[in-house]
Design a protein around this ligand. Structure first.
Ligand SMILES: [Zn+2]
Length: 81
């Protein structure tokens, strides 16, 4: 099932428009496990390196479609921890 990101598109850490990144995440972060919208770059720094239920979802920056984390994770380099 495809799901589209409909929320705001400003990275909670660097303020970048996440649409200018190839991928972005709605995920738990190192910030006390708080959820945040993070661009691909900040996910490497502030993300927990994990996706899925209770951890986070990955979205395509161009189409805003969910491409990972919802039980249909497509492996990318950004998922490495
Ligand atoms: Zn960022």
């Amino acid at each position: 099932m495809e799901k589209k990101w409909l929320g705001q598109t400003k990275c909670d850490f660097c303020g970048d428009d996440v649409k200018s990144h190839q991928i972005f995440f709605d995920a738990k972060t190192t910030c006390n496990g708080a959820w945040a919208l993070v661009c691909g770059r900040c996910f490497v720094i502030h993300g927990l390196g994990r996706l899925g239920t209770g951890w986070g979802q990955m979205y395509d920056g161009k189409t805003l479609q969910r491409i990972g984390g919802g039980g249909d994770v497509r492996r990318t380099s950004a998922e490495n921890d």
